[in-house]
Design a protein around this ligand. Structure first.
Ligand code: FMN
Length: 237
């Protein structure tokens, strides 16, 4: 495994090329409160729906929360977190017996993130407080909840990922950043109550969207990647 990528300042400008958008996208965990113009948001979401999907099912179902609607969900979860850590598991976020190299990768990115913000490995309160920021959409003015009909299976979850990827890259094209958040699936019942997601839709993830706060050290995290040879096999004969 390579040495971790060194922390690098987050790009706050627009990245107009696909390569630039991919290179400058990162999971952003501190946002400025500046609002996102409604027209830009609509453009990003409409264009993201050009994602390919098997049979053109377009299985994504998105709830976009802004202003009071966003705050209502954040407040509802904050209230419930005082008495319990989660509503329940909507799905297993990771395989129960995750094996190598995945456990190491998962541990390393978490460790790199906590180091950047000065949280020690055994400081459970500080880790919990950092985790709680998920449920404030990390301060982003736009919070989204991405759902999928429960009848769907692996092919359609892939479609959902393509939509999500488009959304995140289109955000970069407009100088915005995002954070996809499976953590929101832990509060699916509250989301159903507050947002009105029907029972037959699975709450897959939340997405924070807004302008990154370049002064917050957490946004300097540049997660590492395995080299090409580790995941691609080139067969010539
Ligand atoms: C579907 C999905 C769900 C994720 N859920 C969370 C989450 O709940 N909270 C969080 O801080 N990061 C979350 N992440 C971000 C990952 O930790 C991140 O993508 C990974 O560490 C690679 O870093 P990068 O996105 O900065 O390249 C999620 C990413 C994906 C794709």
């Amino acid at each position: 495994m390579r040495a971790p990528d060194t922390p690098r300042a987050i790009a706050t400008g627009a990245s107009p090329t696909v390569t630039g958008a991919i290179e400058t996208r990162r999971s952003t965990r501190a946002f400025l409160p500046d609002p996102v113009p409604a027209e830009i948001l609509r453009e990003i979401l409409s264009t993201a729906s050009r994602a390919a999907s098997g049979g053109n099912l377009q299985p994504w179902r998105l709830y976009v929360l802004i202003g009071a609607a966003r705050d209502r969900l954040v407040d509802a979860v904050a209230l419930k977190r005082k008495v319990k850590p989660l509503d329940g598991l909507e799905y297993d976020i990771y395989p129960r017996d995750l094996t190598e190299p995945y456990t190491t990768r998962r541990g390393r990115v978490a460790q790199a993130m906590y180091e950047l913000v000065g949280i020690a490995r055994d400081d459970h309160d500080a880790r919990n407080a950092q985790m709680a920021k998920n449920f404030e959409f990390f301060g982003a003015p736009v919070g989204m909840i991405l759902c999928i009909d429960r009848q769907m299976g692996p092919p359609q979850f892939c479609d959902l990922g393509l939509f999500l990827g488009n959304l995140m890259l289109l955000a970069r094209e407009r100088g915005l950043h995002t954070c996809p958040q499976e953590a929101w699936s832990l509060w699916s019942q509250t989301i159903r109550e507050v947002v009105g997601v029907p029972d037959n839709d699975l709450v897959f993830c939340g997405i924070s969207l807004g302008y990154a706060d370049p002064s917050d050290p957490i946004n300097a995290l540049r997660s590492e990647r395995a080299p090409l040879e580790d995941f691609a096999s080139f067969l010539h004969e």
